[in-house]
Design a protein around this ligand. Sequence first.
Ligand SMILES: *Cc1c(COP(=O)(O)O)cnc(C)c1O
Length: 379
Amino acid sequence: MQELYKEQLQLFLNRIKQRSQNFIGYPASVDYDYKELFPFLDYSLNNVGDPFVESNCDMDSKKFEREVLNFFADQFHAPKNNWWGYVTNGGSEGNLYALYLARELYPNGMVYYSESTHYSVQKNIHLLNMDSIVIRTDYKGEMDYDDLKEMIQLQRHRPVIILANIGTTMTEAKDNVPLIKDILKRLAIKSSYIHCDAALAGTYLSLLGQGSFDFSYGADSIAISGHKFIGSPIPCGVVLVKKSYKDRIGRSIPYIGTLDTTISGSRNGITPLFLWYTIQKLGRQGLLERAENCLTVADYALQLLEEAGINAWRNENALTVVFPQPNEHICKKWQLASENEMSHLICMPGVTKSHIDAFVNDLVQQQDEKCPDLESQLN
Ligand SMILES: *Cc1c(COP(=O)(O)O)cnc(C)c1O
């Protein structure tokens, strides 16, 4: 009996190790080493409730969570003394929390989001029973602002809730928050709320000083994924909102002795520690260099694909490189996500030039093989 479970674990470990070598299609950093934190896994850390309100239970890492939140509040230029947030289970929960907040503020609001938006948003809107309109995008995945303007105009009497993408899932397109603000102003919209889904690109764009999407540009809330650029073996994320809004949500719960301001009750106590550790260990400078290195790899990937005669492209400052969907074998081997006959690779920390070399090599071989294949089919 005992032998069997050990064998199963070993098989699983071998498989994961092997698959992690060809992991370029999904946005998760793989260059971390959290072994120093392993002793904490012997404890049931739980950050139940509000990170800024201590609870009856001392087995939490809220102090570290608050430092992580502070780091991101700085990065995203959150209004001094008027922000709040927490470490979530991922970008999807951050989007859910932000939309929940927007709905509490504007129960009659209409949500506008582009057709390139992450699938979590549609589900969240459904869960919250909100009304919404899907806005067209251009071929690169960015919102069509004329369409947005037209749609808002038709609903001028209703508060506007915008879900802006700061890096869409497929092509890493960024919606232009200042332009959206401008449209709202020109249409004299009285009540509006802008949430930035920055799950993918928010962290590195802020490090690179790129992108005009943060609180200083008019965002009311921002969500990111922690396991993407920062990296974490357990999915996590951060959501930040303006505190004056958030004070409308949350009740005091005597049982836990803190405020129930978050979506889930018990909350992960180890993921804030992972995020904190990377932020401390690398510092802003180290994180910036890591982001620059990713951009270099993305430049390299695009160049190599172009040289191989593959019709590849990428959005500005994107770590995502888009190209026509390769054959099934390659998609499986490299764990590529595909949509509308388009696939992408994402140069997250841990993806190296030698990964790119091997991948492009596979693609080129596929191209060479395609012709005889086709010929034999035709004959
Ligand atoms: C990854 C991603 C999400 C969802 O984040 P999870 O951490 O997987 O929940 C939402 N939006 C965008 C644009 C993403 O890339």
